[in-house]
Structures are given as C-alpha cells and as structure tokens.
Design a binder for this molecule. Structure first.
Ligand code: C5P
Length: 236
C-alpha cells in the first residue's frame, strides 16, 4: 500500500477556560497571528500538499471563516465542529478522513513545533514499517508520587519512580487512517488522555521519536507569555 495522502487534523475545539481569556486560547494573538494560524502554517510549510481538517467549537466556525477571509489566510481547510471532549472532537474529524492516508493529529495550541519535526515524522511513517508515531520528551524534573489528605495537604507516599522510564507525550501523533478510525470506533473511556492511548487499547503498536521542548501546550497565561518571548527572539 502506498502511504501517499497526508492529512492534518488540528484540534481547536476546546474552550480553553484555564487561560482565563474571553476567547479560546487557540485564537489568541501570538506575535501578530492567532495561535491556530501559526500551528497550521508550520504544517503547510513543512508539507505543502497536506490536507487540513480544522476542528473548532461549533459557535466559532463563522468567526474563523471571517478571520481567514479578512486576513488572507487562504490555506484550504475543511472545518468540522468539535464534540464534548477531545476524544469526541477527534472522532468527528475522522469521519471525513479516507482510508489509505497518514493522519497527523495535533493540538492547535502547540504552535511552536518545528517544520523539521513534522517532515521528519511524515518521512518515518512513509517508509511503511510503523503503524503509529508518537513524539516524546524525557522528564527533566525529579518525579514524586504523593498522596492527598482529606484536607487537601500533600504527603509523601514513600513510592519511588524511575524518572528514566517516564516521558511526556506530545502531538502531532501520526497514524494510518484505517487504524486510527478503527481505534476511535471504541467506546469512550476516561483513560483516553491522548490519541496514542486510544490506539494502544485497540492493539495498534506504537513507535516513538524525540519531541521538542518548545512544542509545549499553551495551557496557562504563563505558557502564552513564554511562547510570545520565544517567538520574539526568532529571526523574521
Ligand atoms: O484542553 P486541552 O488543553 O487538553 O486540549 C488539547 C487540545 O484539544 C486543544 O487544542 C483543544 O482545542 C482541543 N480540544 C478539542 N475538543 C474538545 C476539547 C479540547 O478539540 N472538546
């Protein structure tokens, strides 16, 4: 089978309440452009023939369409309404995906990944030996397993954890479209914290590659401030 068609599903249907802003974080300004536009542009620059499916909160679809027209953001995108959780949003997008493609599922709020990460991961997938590719970063902090008392205080559990075996999983996570569609036909489970966990439960073997420290998820106002500082130091 050729693995020709490349698809990006960019997840941007969250409400982003932890950021405390009036608009969801994927639409906030990052160096003159919305976070989501920066994210999509990196993929399109890395893989010009990629097909983009953008998953948005239903109520923000008109806003995003207007933004794209008014600001000459002409990248063709199929806009899909999200669901109640990220899992349901991914499932909605996968309905639009044909078999025989390589699908990258990426959080729209990880705008600082490099083109090199995107193209390198697609090349690995195209070689045809692996089923799923997940970028990971090693744990730099010492990890503690703690218990919480009824009053909310943290106490030492006495359990150790081997930091060398613990990694943070990032996105984009890449899959063969037939595999990931089958995985997402499973019933929702609260243990599904990323696409890899959904794939793994279906028995799809996972492969891993190096992620990037800058490819962090914008979660809090501090993350956005950090991203703005990083962007301002990049050559134009
Ligand atoms: O909320 P969290 O930061 O984990 O969201 C990760 C990504 O998933 C974000 O880009 C967010 O917009 C997206 N998401 C989604 N549909 C939801 C919830 C989150 O597309 N229902």
């Amino acid at each position: 089978m050729t693995r020709g068609n490349k698809i990006l599903i960019v997840m941007a249907a969250g409400s982003g309440t932890r950021m405390g802003a009036s608009v969801p974080k994927q639409f906030l300004d990052l160096g003159g452009k919305p976070v989501l536009r920066r994210t999509i542009e990196t993929f399109v620059s890395a893989v010009p023939d990629i097909k983009v499916i953008t998953v948005l909160p239903k109520e923000h679809i008109p806003f995003w369409k207007e933004y794209c027209v008014a600001n000459d953001f002409n990248c063709p995108q199929l806009l899909v309404a999200g669901g109640i959780t990220r899992f349901h949003s991914v499932r909605n997008a996968l309905e639009k995906v044909p078999d025989g493609a390589i699908v990258a599922i990426h959080d729209g709020v990880r705008p600082l990944l490099s083109q090199k990460l995107v193209s390198g991961m697609f090349s690995k997938m195209e070689k045809g030996k692996i089923h799923a590719l997940i970028p990971v970063v090693p744990s730099v902090d010492t990890l503690k397993v703690l218990d919480r008392t009824v009053s909310g205080e943290l106490t030492d559990s006495g359990e150790g954890i081997d930091r060398s075996r613990v990694f943070g999983a990032q996105t984009p996570q890449m899959f063969l479209s037939g595999d990931i569609k089958a995985a997402y036909s499973q019933a929702f489970d609260t243990s599904f914290t990323d696409d890899a966990s959904v794939a793994s439960k279906k028995g799809i073997p996972l492969s891993f590659c190096d992620g990037e420290r800058y490819n962090f998820k914008l979660t809090s106002p501090e993350d956005l401030a950090l991203a703005r500082m990083i962007i301002s130091s990049w050559p134009r």
